[in-house]
Design a protein around this ligand. Structure first.
Ligand code: SAH
Ligand code: SF4
Ligand code: F3S
Length: 439
C-alpha cells in the first residue's frame, strides 16, 4: 500500500541519554528534510527510539505501537529505531504489522531514504552497524537547550553477562577529537552552557595515546562553555589522567557516575565486571583525594542469578562505604542471548522486590543526607527550564542537584543561589544577589 509522504513527525525516545541524543539528532535531521515536529497524536510519522536493557522497557514499545491506531482506523507511518530494533531485527515485523521501518542505532542517518521507500509501501530494514558513519551525515547542530548532550563514544566491549548493550550498540568506538570539538563549538554557538559527554563507556574514549581527559582539557578552552560532565564510566577505564582532571579542570563538574552493580566479588565475577569491590573503593579514594567534594552516583542490580542474602548485604555495605549522592537501581532482568540468562539460580520476584526496597531505602537516605548537607550553602545554579509556578525556574548545582528558584533571570543564566531546603530529589533556593544576576 502506498501512502502520502509524511509531512509531520514525532520522535519518542526511551532508555539512556545516548538514546535521547540520537532522538535529538533524528529530530534535527527530519526537520532539515522539511518535515515539521508535532505532538505524537497528530504526527504522520512516529519514530519509537527504543531501549532493550530490561524486559519491561523492551515490551512497552509494542503496546505503544498498538495504541497508534486512530479512531478512523488509520495509523501513522511507524519507524522503530534504537536498541530493540537492533536486537530483534526482522523479528519486529513478525511481531507486529504496524511497523514500516526498522532502523538500528548506527543507521538512522538513512531514515529519509527509508521513509521514501516506506511511502511506496515497502517494509524497510537497516540494521547495519557501520560505526561512526552516521555522525558525518547528520546536519550540524543548531539551537539547543542550556545543557546539551554530545555522544563521543559508542558501544561496549565489556560483555557484562547480564547486558545487551554490546549486542545492540556494537563494539567500543571513539569519535574523532576534531569532530567532537566542532560539535561542541556548534552546541555552544546554539546556546549550550553545559555539555555532557556521552558514551556507553565514555571514559574508554581514546584517540592514539590520548584519553578522555585530553578531550575534556580541550573543551575547557571553549569560551562560552561553562560546565563539562561525562557519563557513563566503567571502573576499569578510570585512568589517573581522568582522575587528575577532576583536580585541575575548572569547568569539569564535581560529579562522577561510576556504576558498581554489586558489592560481592563472587557476583561481580559472575557478572564479568572485571573489577572487585575493593578496586572500586580504591578508585573512590583516589578521586576523593583530588576532589573531596565530588558527588558520586552509581547503578545497582539486585537479584543477579545466584545472589544470596549475604551477597546482597555486601552490596548494602559498599553503598555504606561509598556514600552516594544519586543512584539508579534495578531488579535483574533476564535478557535473551546474554550469558546470565542461562545461569542457574534465578531469584524469585518477591525476593528481588524485597532486596530492591531495602537497597533503595538506603540510597534514598544517602541522597537526602547529601542534599540536606548542602542547605545553607551559596552555589552556582545553571537555569535549565521553567518550573510549575509562575516565575519559577529549575536549574542544577555543580553536583547535579535540581534546584527550584523564583527568579526573572533567563533559562541559560548562571545565578548565585542560597540553598534553603532539601528533599531527596531536589532543593529549593533563593536568589543570592539580585543585582549581580541581572545579566
Ligand atoms: N555502560 C553503563 C550502563 C549500561 S546500562 C555501565 O556499564 O554501567 C545502565 C544500567 O542498567 C547498568 O549500569 C545496569 O545497572 C542496568 N542493567 C543493565 N542490564 C541489566 C539487566 N539485564 N537487568 C537489570 N539491570 C540491568
Ligand atoms: Fe553493559 Fe557492562 Fe557494557 Fe555497561 S560495561 S554497557 S553494563 S556490558
Ligand atoms: Fe537502552 Fe540501548 Fe541505552 S538498550 S540503555 S537505549 S544503549
Amino acid at each position: 500500500m502506498t501512502r502520502p509522504a509524511p509531512k509531520t513527525f514525532h520522535v519518542k525516545s526511551f532508555g539512556c541519554q545516548m538514546n535521547v541524543y540520537d532522538g535529538e539528532r533524528m529530530t534535527e535531521m527530519l526537520g532539515a528534510e522539511g518535515m515539521v515536529a508535532t505532538p505524537e497524536a497528530e504526527a504522520d510519522l512516529v519514530v519509537f527510539n527504543t531501549c532493550h536493557i530490561r524486559e519491561r522497557a523492551a515490551e512497552r514499545v509494542y503496546s505503544e505501537i498498538g495504541r497508534q491506531r486512530r479512531e478512523d482506523g488509520t495509523r501513522p507511518m511507524i519507524a522503530m529505531a534504537g536498541c530493540v530494533a537492533q536486537a530483534e531485527g526482522t523479528e519486529v515485523t513478525r511481531r507486529t504489522k504496524d511497523v514500516d521501518i526498522v532502523v538500528g542505532p548506527q543507521a538512522y542517518h538513512a531514515l529519509p531514504q527509508m521513509i521514501e521507500r516506506a511511502t511506496r509501501g515497502e517494509r524497510v530494514h537497516d540494521l547495519d552497524l557501520p560505526g561512526l558513519e552516521k555522525f558525518g551525515k547528520l546536519p550540524v547542530r543548531k539551537r539547543t537547550g542550556a545543557s546539551a548532550f554530545l555522544t563521543v563514544q559508542e558501544g561496549c566491549d565489556k560483555f557484562c553477562t547480564y547486558c545487551v548493550v554490546p549486542y545492540t550498540r556494537g563494539g567500543e568506538i571513539s569519535r574523532s577529537f576534531e569532530a567532537i570539538v566542532d560539535e561542541a563549538k556548534a552546541l555552544v554557538d546554539g546556546g549550550a552552557k553545559e555539555i555532557t559527554l556521552l558514551g556507553q563507556n565514555v571514559n574508554a574514549w581514546s584517540e592514539g595515546p590520548n584519553g578522555l581527559d585530553h578531550l575534556i582539557r580541550a573543551l575547557d578552552k571553549i569560551s562560552g562553555l561553562e560546565r563539562i560532565r561525562y557519563m557513563t564510566s566503567h571502573p576499569n577505564d578510570m585512568t589517573e589522567g581522568l582522575i587528575q582532571a577532576h583536580a585541575d579542570v575548572e569547568k569539569l563538574m564535581p560529579f562522577l557516575h561510576l556504576p558498581v552493580q554489586s558489592g560481592s566479588d563472587r557476583i561481580l565475577k559472575a557478572m564479568n565486571r572485571k573489577h572487585t569491590a575493593a578496586s572500586y573503593l580504591a578508585i573512590m579514594d583516589r578521586v576523593r583525594a583530588v576532589r573531596p567534594d565530588i558527588a558520586v552516583s552509581g547503578d545497582f542490580i539486585v537479584g543477579f542469578p545466584g545472589e544470596t542474602e549475604a551477597e546482597f548485604e555486601e552490596t548494602l555495605n559498599i553503598i555504606r562505604a561509598t556514600n552516594y549522592a544519586l543512584a539508579f537501581s534495578f531488579k535483574y532482568s533476564s535478557r535473551p542471548g546474554t550469558p546470565a540468562a542461562t545461569m542457574d539460580g534465578h531469584i524469585a520476584p518477591e525476593i528481588m522486590d524485597d532486596r530492591l526496597e531495602r537497597l533503595q531505602a538506603l540510597l534514598n537516605q544517602q541522597q537526602l543526607a547529601f542534599n540536606e548537607a548542602s542547605v545553607g550553602q551559596r552555589v552556582k545554579v545553571l537555569l535549565e527550564r521553567n518550573g510549575k509556578l509562575p516565575g519559577q525556574k529549575i536549574g542544577k548545582t555543580p553536583w547535579l542537584q535540581s534546584v527550584h528558584v523564583m527568579t526573572d533571570a533567563q533559562i541559560g543564566d548562571m545565578v548565585d543561589v542560597n540553598l534553603v531546603s532539601a528533599g531527596p530529589n531536589s532543593l529549593a533556593g533563593s536568589l543570592a544577589d539580585k543585582e549581580l544576576n541581572v545579566a
